[in-house]
Design a protein around this ligand. Structure first.
Ligand code: ADP
Length: 486
């Protein structure tokens, strides 16, 4: 990334970015991508942005000789822990790792075990993460580095603005919603067990319909709220996407901003992507044909250059409209198309995809699992990319698709609406349903038959600017407003 010309601002020098995942150390979704790219882009703008991350097994295994910089003992409600300081393997961004093995070193994922069931002590685990984030932002920090602002992300860090509030607001805080569907709901008695005053458990506080919500706490007490696209920022102020938080979000509308995520343009660059069998770019797009042939061969699809190849890389969930994709798949095959799906999630959807593979050998491929390299190869090999999400706070895959010339077919919601322009760089569903998806796929197939028009559309997507520098500048402006109490 180019070093920006503007120097760091007078008011905003240090930012602590608290998150529960950051790639390449630990990733379950888009939050991990944002948590590695945004701090790096802010550092390019001259801000000393540092990460705070739980010391999961995977994180400790990947960090190179982290140094112990602090110990936390006797924090009400929590086990003793240590703070390590390391550096992100790729960007070098400093990362504080909260080392509490009994909380974080587990066989399963960050939030639930291999059985898919949430860990019973998630309130304590992420309560501690929030507590330490607030502590490091206040006068009692054991560090000689002081953040001007604490940036919290999703429910796992949502209690931090509450802790800061009850410590006299020593630093400004921002709460970013990456996905409002996850709200960190726990029983009311956790409020005092986690060291928060009993009076904080009220509607004007962290109570959410009789329970404690970590996310609600963040939304209520943070100085500013952001979410990851302008359209989603509007959608969540109403039902149904407000998911119970719409009243609070509408009340705080003057403190709520939507800032579109960027993408990691170094990692997701078809002209230098080491995962691909062949490089290509908007100027020299022909390599995409070879990527398509290689993908078809690798996945056991018929190597058919003219067959429109639809890619899907997704969590296999209802949110992502995978049920609609399953419904229209026979239609795609009937029109001579192919479907390549990579994902994991809902067992019923996984089974339905396996059935499609059996029904249409050589035409449908379903890779059930998580495979970063294959996700790149699908973006490069696909002609079209299906992402009919029922809601989508920002979405990354449609941006990767645009950049890789896999023309996206998306619903008119959230970040999809802010990035895909109907009939210009992709196709937007007129109606969010299986029928609406099918109608849009038919429109896309009609254009696919016109090679010149198709190339024009592909290039419109491939040349758009999705860099993090643009987003980081918007975050910086918003940080300054938060610090100034605006
Ligand atoms: P969400 O965070 O809601 O899952 P996003 O589109 O914002 O959706 O981000 C998803 C991220 O996870 C993208 O980087 C995508 O490539 C990646 N991803 C999702 N499923 C898989 C998978 N099965 N294998 C590899 N990468 C995946």
């Amino acid at each position: 990334m180019r070093r920006a010309s503007c120097p760091k601002t007078e008011t905003m020098k240090n930012v602590l970015f608290a998150t529960s995942e950051a790639r390449p150390l630990i990733k379950t979704g888009g939050l991990a991508d944002v948590s590695s790219a945004l701090p790096a882009a802010l550092r390019e703008l001259g801000i000393d942005c540092r990460l705070l991350l739980p010391g999961y097994r995977q994180v400790l295994a990947m960090l190179d000789n982290p140094l112990e910089v602090a110990r936390f003992q006797g924090l009400t409600g929590f086990i003793d822990s240590r703070l390590l300081l390391g550096a992100m393997p790729d960007s070098g961004t400093p990362v504080y790792v909260l080392d509490a093995p009994a909380y974080f070193v587990r066989e399963g994922g960050p939030y639930h075990g291999n059985d898919g069931i949430d860990y019973a002590d998630n309130a304590e685990r992420f309560g501690l993460l929030s507590r330490v984030a607030a502590l490091l932002s206040g006068p009692d920090t054991p560090l000689d580095w002081h953040p001007d602002l604490l940036h919290c992300n999703d429910w796992q860090t949502g209690l931090a603005p509450a802790y800061l509030h009850f410590a006299g607001r020593p630093a400004a805080s921002v709460m970013t919603i990456h996905n409002l569907a996850f709200q960190g709901i726990f029983s009311p008695d956790m409020t005092t067990r986690l060291g928060l005053p009993p009076e904080s458990f009220q509607v004007a506080g962290l109570e959410y319909y009789g329970s404690l919500s970590f996310l609600k706490a963040g939304l209520f007490y943070a100085d500013r709220i952001t979410t990851v696209s302008p359209t989603y920022a509007r959608e969540i102020q109403q039902e149904p996407l407000g998911m119970g938080m719409q009243g609070l979000l509408a009340t705080r509308a003057d403190r709520l901003t939507g800032i579109l995520n960027g993408i990691d343009t170094a990692d997701w660059n078809p002209s230098s992507d080491l995962h691909l069998p062949c490089e290509y770019s908007a100027r020299a797009p022909s390599g995409k044909r070879r990527c398509k042939a290689a993908l078809q061969a690798d996945l056991g699809l018929d190597v058919a250059p003219e067959a429109p190849l639809f890619g899907v890389v997704s969590r296999l969930t209802h949110q992502k409209g995978l049920d609609w994709i399953v419904q229209i798949a026979p239609g795609i095959i009937d029109r001579g198309g192919q479907l390549a799906v990579l994902g994991t999630g809902d067992k019923a959807i996984e089974a339905a995809l396996r059935d499609l593979v059996n029904l249409y050998p050589g035409r449908v491929s379903a890779t059930i699992g998580y495979d970063e390299a294959l996700s790149h190869r699908i973006e490069a090999g696909a002609d079209l990319f299906l992402m009919p999400s029922r809601f989508e706070p920002c979405g990354l895959n449609q941006m990767y698709s645009l950049r890789y010339g896999a023309v996206p077919v998306v619903t008119d919601t959230g970040g999809l609406a802010d990035t895909v322009e109907n009939d210009i760089n992709g196709f937007v569903l007129a109606d969010a349903s299986a029928h609406g998806l099918w109608q849009t796929v038919e429109r896309a197939l009609a254009l696919f038959a016109d090679k010149t028009a198709w190339k024009h559309m592909m290039l419109a997507g491939m040349t758009r600017d999705f860099s993090w520098e643009r987003s980081a500048r918007e975050y910086l402006r918003m940080y300054e407003q938060a610090a100034a109490g605006q």
